[in-house]
Design a protein around this ligand. Structure first.
Ligand SMILES: Nc1ncnc2c1ncn2[C@@H]1O[C@H](COP(=O)(O)OP(=O)(O)OP(=O)(O)O)[C@@H](O)[C@H]1O
Length: 557
């Protein structure tokens, strides 16, 4: 029970944007209660029609009153639906923004960060699961708390027996719902988590499809996927079974309740039952009034039961959303968002910088490094000595455990990191290209770059031939993760992309690794042309490349 989110947890997630949905819920309650005067007017109208007891003169008044109330109810429900939908969309939009920001704050160096498929499931399905909770569950909860009690009260002055029959049948439903509610919640949570797991697994295996094929591990991957799909199917069927079971039992209780009242009213009108009303036996108008209200006494409970699993689903989804929003996993410095470039000279100083990934074994144990503006510095050292880690610390993608990182004359903090990164360009071992045109990939984050600027950047990186070779030049669509260009071509394009970024500090992490000598030379030439008049920090194993820098810092594991 302790891991059960409090109701306030979902309310907190929904926040101020949920106010519209709450107002809509109150409007729906009002619309439901308007059925009481409408039923009274209709009963008197029918009574008047059948027996002419109320006088023919009043008939148009009753009918007009009934129609006016029915119209008002319709308008109220319509307005409430619109309000609730709008509020729900606003809540979902804000949560997706907040999730996207939280995901952007995750450090790319955190191996335990949310899996891509899981994040995608949370951004889409989990957030969407809050919609029915807001627009269906919330109004039905308010209605179930107020409407049956008020209807029973309205029936009381007409017949205490009918009122008691309703009050006796009513509570059976909430008791039953409470009994199965816990099981529904557990089943929903399990089903949502299975959905996330399957998404994450599928995405991961799709990304590694070539590797899986080459290793002949397709059958194994397929079997695991089948397992995950089976688990999801069983989970979904479990939720559906419980949902059907609860609604079937509920319908039974509601039908028995209405039948009980109908039998009482019927026998009273026929004169077989002489109790339950106050002075005289029930009149036709009174009997009809009770009969018209009886189904509406149970209606809120049926609606509540139908939307009950919305709450369970929303709670499970809320947990997944809160898990990302309130994650205490290592985050990068700042927001990971676009920002105005930080002012100041491009000097970088690390003083006594300590860092360890797992908090115990330090990768950097008190590193001092002073890189003046415009210097070309090579970080050389064996694999695992911490070269990439230093670049990540300088880019604010990791936080130093101790010591300080100073950039542009200021401490690198959450406040300065985004502005600092706006001045950086990163050329990694395997540059990432998105699914989209090559031009879009080159001008990522700077869509306003002119054609001339793109041409200059391609020339600087010796990448014109790469573009010329493509069937539609820079309008060619690249596949997911940059399919369609080779590793060496991608590396040259990455240098061109860095040039288009207009950055004055270039961080390069093994930019020539895995390339043949000729391509490595072309990439290195491009990189050094780009670094002219800029600061370059280059992590490499390649001594020849390092020798082209102004200074070499050697690291030891
Ligand atoms: N995201 C990570 N999570 C946990 N440990 C990591 C992570 N990245 C690197 N490490 C560990 O930190 C140490 C330093 O890694 P780093 O990548 O900085 O070294 P490197 O000098 O750049 O190596 P290479 O030359 O092979 O790229 C290594 O022992 C590595 O296993």
């Amino acid at each position: 029970m302790s891991d059960r989110p409090k109701r306030t947890h979902l309310d907190q997630l929904v926040g101020a944007e949920g106010a519209g949905a709450r107002r809509a819920a109150r409007m729906e309650v009002l619309a439901a209660l308007l059925w009481i005067p409408a039923a009274a007017l209709l009963a008197m109208a029918i009574d008047g029609l059948v027996f002419a007891t109320s006088g023919a003169d009043d008939l148009p008044f009753y009918l007009a009153g009934f129609l006016a109330i029915a119209l008002l109810r319709g308008l109220l429900v319509m307005q409430a639906t619109r309000l609730a939908d709008r509020s729900s969309l606003r809540v979902q939009g804000r949560l997706r923004d907040a999730l996207a920001s939280a995901l952007a704050r995750q450090s790319p160096f955190d191996t335990g960060r949310v899996a891509t498929g899981q994040a995608a499931a949370t951004l889409t399905d989990h957030v969407a699961a809050l919609g029915p909770w807001l627009t269906r569950y919330q109004p039905s909860r308010l209605k179930v708390m107020l409407v049956p009690a008020i209807i029973a009260l309205a029936v009381l002055p007409v017949s205490w027996a009918a009122s008691i029959a309703l009050l006796l049948a009513g509570p059976l439903i909430p008791i039953f719902m409470a009994l199965i509610g816990q099981r529904v919640r557990i089943a929903s949570e399990r089903q949502l988590s299975e959905l996330g797991t399957m998404n994450a697994y599928l995405l991961d295996r799709l990304q590694g499809l070539t590797t899986i094929r080459l290793l002949g591990a397709g059958g194994q991957a397929l079997a695991r996927l089948e397992q995950a799909a089976q688990a999801l199917r069983i989970g979904t069927m479990r939720v559906l079974r419980l949902a059907f079971l609860s609604s079937a039992v509920l319908e039974l209780f509601a039908a028995v309740g209405v039948a009980l009242v109908a039998v009482y009213v019927g026998f009273s009108l026929l004169g077989y039952l002489q109790f339950g009303a106050y002075d005289a036996p029930l009149t036709l108008a009174e009997g009809l009034f009770i009969l018209l209200l009886a189904p509406d006494f149970f209606l809120p409970m049926r609606e509540f039961a139908a939307s009950y699993h919305d709450r369970a689903t929303a709670e499970a989804a809320g947990k997944a959303i809160a898990g990302i929003l309130e994650s205490d996993r290592p985050a990068l410095l700042g927001e990971g968002a676009a920002a105005v470039p930080l002012n100041g000279p491009a000097r970088i100083r690390l003083t006594g910088a300590r860092f360890g990934y797992d908090g115990t074994r330090p990768v950097l144990a008190g590193l001092d490094l002073d890189i003046p503006s415009g210097e070309k510095l090579a970080l050389v050292g064996p694999s695992g000595s911490g070269k990439s880690t230093i670049l990540a610390l300088i880019a604010g993608l990791l936080r130093a455990d101790a010591g300080s990182v100073e950039v542009a004359g200021q401490a690198l903090t959450d406040e300065t990191a985004d502005g600092w990164r706006a001045r950086l360009a990163w050329v990694g071992q395997r540059p990432y290209f998105l699914h989209g045109s090559l031009r879009r990939n080159l001008t990522l984050g700077h869509p306003d770059r002119a054609l001339g600027e793109i041409a200059d950047a391609l020339q600087l990186a010796s990448a014109e031939s790469v573009v010329a070779r493509l069937p539609r030049g820079d309008a060619t669509l690249l596949g997911e993760a940059g399919q369609g260009i080779s590793g060496g071509e991608g590396q040259r394009l990455a240098v061109a992309r860095a040039a288009l970024r207009g950055a004055d500090i270039i961080l390069a992490d093994e930019p020539t690794a895995h390339l043949d000598a000729e391509t490595a030379q072309a990439v290195a030439d491009g990189l050094f042309r780009l670094a002219e008049g800029r600061t370059l920090i280059l992590a490499t194993h390649d001594e020849a490349l390092a020798a082209r820098c102004d200074r070499i810092v050697r690291l030891h594991p």
